[in-house]
Each structure stands twice: as C-alpha cells, then as structure tokens.
Design a protein around this ligand. Structure first.
Ligand code: UD1
Ligand code: UDP
Length: 370
C-alpha cells in the first residue's frame, strides 16, 4: 500500500498474465500518489510464474498474499473469495480492479459485488463462446457483476451491449497489454541476452507456448499439437523453442507424452526475455490469450492452437489464424501465416489504457449514486 490511508483502489491479482497486465495500472497509482492496496491470491506461486515479474517490473510487494496455491476450481475460488472478502471489509476501498479471466478474477468479482464497493473489470467483453473453457465462465460472470467494464476494443464493447450491459458502465480504453509492451520493447531489445544465450541470434525459429487445460490435459490433443509443431519445424526448416508452463510440463510427465526432438523445451521466461523471443521469432504458435495479443502488437505472425479465440481482432487484421490441434491444420495455417505481410495495425489501443482506467475509476467513484 502506498501509505497508511484507507486505499481508494484495491487491485486483485493471482497469475502471470494478471501481474503483467496490471503492472501499468499499479505504475499509474504509484506515479499519481493514489492510495491503493494489492491483494495476491497466490494462484501462481512458482518463482518463474510470479516473483520474477514483481522483481523485473519493479512492482511493490503485495500487501496481502492469500497463498491459495493449486486446487480444484471450486475449492480454489472459495478460498480466495473468503480471503478477499475479509480484506475488503477491513480496507473498505472505493473500487476493486480485477483483470482478465482467471479464477482469481472471479473470486475478486464475487467478493466485491456483495459489498458496497465498485468493481472494475479490466479486459471486459472478451468472448470465445466456448463454455467448456473455465475462463469463459469467469469472464461472463465477472462482466455481469462489474460496475465499470474496461473494454479493450470497440468489438468487445459491442459484445457487452449485446448482452444487455448498460451503456454507462462500458468504457473503451484499449488493453493494458499494449502499455506493457510499449514500455518494455526497447528494454527487451537492448538488455535481453536470451537470443545469444539460446544460440538463436541468426536463426529462424518458431516460439511456442501451450498451457490451456483443454489442450494439455488431454493426451491426444497435446500429442497432436506437438506433432503439428514438429511438422512445422521440418517443413519450414525452423528451430522451435517452447518455454513450458508448469501445468504442461506436469502433463508431459504424467501422461508420458513424447516430445519430438525438434522441440526445445525451456523453462518459463521472464518478461523481457519472453518479449525479446517474441520480437525476433519468425512465427509464434500459441494457445495463450496474452501471447496472441503480443504477437499482433510486435508484428509477428501467429497461429493459434485453438478452434476459437476471444481475440478476433487479431484474426481480422490478418495477424493470426486459428488452427486447433490437428497436425495438418497447424502446418497449413503456419504456411499461410508465413506468407502474410506483417503490416497490420495494432487493434488493442495506444498504450494509455492504464491511465484511462485509473482516471475513469476515480471519476466514477466520485459521482453521486443515482
Ligand atoms: C491459470 C488460468 C488460465 C491462465 C493461466 C496463466 C484459471 C482457471 N486458469 O491456468 O486462465 O491462462 O493461469 O498462466 O484461472 N502450477 C505450478 N506453479 C504455479 C501455478 C501452477 O506448478 O505457480 C501448476 C500446478 O501443477 C497446477 C497447474 O499448474 O495444478 C495449474 O495451475 P492453475 O493455476 O490451476 O491453472 P493454470 O493452468 O496456471
Ligand atoms: N510470458 C512470459 N514468459 C513466458 C511465457 C509467457 O513472460 O515464458 C508472458 C507473456 O509475455 C504474456 C503472458 O505471459 O504477457 C501470457 O500469460 P499466459 O500465457 O500464462 O496466460 P494467458 O494470457 O493465456 O491467460
């Protein structure tokens, strides 16, 4: 917390992408001297998914860490909910901000919406229309509980209107992922040694990430995905680096999934090294939401290892293609994307999302209730 005053804003986070995408908002609070507090649910706790980002992005230690760890969805969410409620009752902020679609977001949303505290959802209005994904449930429920919905794009705002969310709650701000990429792009190219360390300086390579439950928790799907990437490597004479999420690593071990020799598994990277790997990649293959956005922002073609995306803007500007996990489809989509001109415009805003979100949150909390 910035001082001992009652916080105006409470920020809830729990996983790698939330730390990265909320960092610009934390930075604005620090710069403007806004009293805020930070609750970490502890959903991610491994050093490489958590502490490394606090350190590199220069973030303050969380005021609270609920240390919930890995659990089943219901158990994990309920522990977070109870912990967040207790803190909110104590701190009584004007506004709680949550970001994205994880269980930490849902817990923050439910806890806040039962109290007399406004809820702001950063990255509102994303829909995959696939209710099999736990993230889709989290997004829909959080959007419908929120008082301020910070939509990254006009399409996301439109989806919210279509679901009957009142206009006065919807604010189109862009996505804070752009703020984060713009702030760190030069640092990544100037300071990261990852390409030299991995021997990739003058090499054409594909950067891969895959961690979604629906892909890596199923032997056949995960196997198909790896086979497809192997074909891409052979057909295009590309090296492949795959910074592997602990969930995926665990599944490879437990399900005894063979990893083709062409795929180099490396540990999860810190933000500057990962951004550098994205910038210099020939192509990115991923099932991550944030990585689809970042590929589009840094101008590298992307193939999404899913049948749907809640980031259709990346498809519309020609930066991304959906492939699912069928090996032939992955190879075909990669071939097409490698031919694309990479001159698209970034559809996710101008890098001022965090500033706008804080301004709106403060202005709205001062408005008399009607
Ligand atoms: C979670 C989010 C997902 C997000 C991803 C970002 C939900 C439902 N899922 O998925 O939307 O894209 O974070 O990376 O909220 N594990 C570790 N160390 C950790 C955390 C997890 O080893 O710090 C391993 C554990 O084996 C754990 C597994 O990863 O059981 C899954 O962790 P969990 O937080 O449940 O989901 P993610 O797959 O990380
Ligand atoms: N990321 C990282 N190191 C890695 C892989 C990803 O720093 O080894 C960053 C990436 O730059 C992006 C975010 O993590 O900002 C995406 O998180 P993830 O893929 O875990 O979650 P999702 O976006 O799918 O929810």
């Amino acid at each position: 917390m910035i001082d001992t005053e009652q916080p105006e804003i409470c920020i809830v986070l729990g996983t790698r992408p939330e730390i990265i995408k909320l960092a610009p908002i934390i930075r604005v609070c620090e710069q403007k001297g806004i009293p805020y507090s930070l609750i970490h649910t502890g959903q991610h706790y491994s050093e490489k998914l958590d502490a490394v980002f606090f350190e590199q992005l220069n973030l303050p230690e969380p005021d609270h860490n609920l240390e919930v760890g890995s659990q089943t969805h219901g158990f994990q969410t309920s522990e977070m909910l109870a912990g967040i409620e207790e803190i909110l009752l104590e701190e009584q902020p004007d506004t709680v901000l949550v970001q994205g679609d994880t269980n930490s977001v849902l817990a923050g949303a439910i806890a806040t919406s039962k109290l007399d505290i406004a809820l702001g959802h950063v990255e509102a209005g994303l829909r995959s229309f696939d209710r099999e994904m736990p993230e889709e449930t989290n997004r829909v429920l959080t959007d419908h509980a929120a008082d301020y919905l910070f939509a990254p794009t006009a399409d996301a705002a439109e989806l919210l209107r279509d679901e009957g969310i009142p206009e006065e709650r919807i604010f189109m701000t862009g996505n804070t992922v752009v703020d984060a990429v713009y702030e760190h792009s030069d640092l990544a190219s100037d300071r990261s040694d990852v390409l030299a360390d991995l021997g990739l300086e003058s090499t054409q390579y594909a950067l891969v990430t895959a961690h979604r439950a629906e892909n890596v928790d199923d032997r056949e799907r995960f196997g198909g995905l790896l086979e497809g990437i192997d074909s891409v490597a052979q057909a295009n004479d590309l090296e492949v680096v795959y910074p592997i999420h602990p969930r995926a690593e665990k599944q490879i071990d437990e399900l005894e999934i063979p990893v083709p020799e062409s795929i180099r598994l490396i540990s999860p990277q810190d933000y500057l090294d990962f951004l550098r790997l994205e910038q210099a990649a020939t192509i990115i293959l991923t099932d991550s939401g944030g990585v689809q956005e970042e590929a589009c922002i840094v101008g590298v073609p992307c193939v999404t290892l899913r049948k749907n995306t809640e980031r259709p803007e990346t498809l519309n500007v020609g930066a991304n293609k959906l492939a699912g996990v069928d090996p032939d489809a992955i190879e075909r989509a990669t071939k097409e994307m490698l031919k694309m001109e990479t001159t698209w415009e970034n559809p996710f805003g101008d890098g001022t999302a965090a500033e706008q979100i804080i301004e709106i949150s403060q202005a709205e909390s001062r408005e008399p209730e009607t």
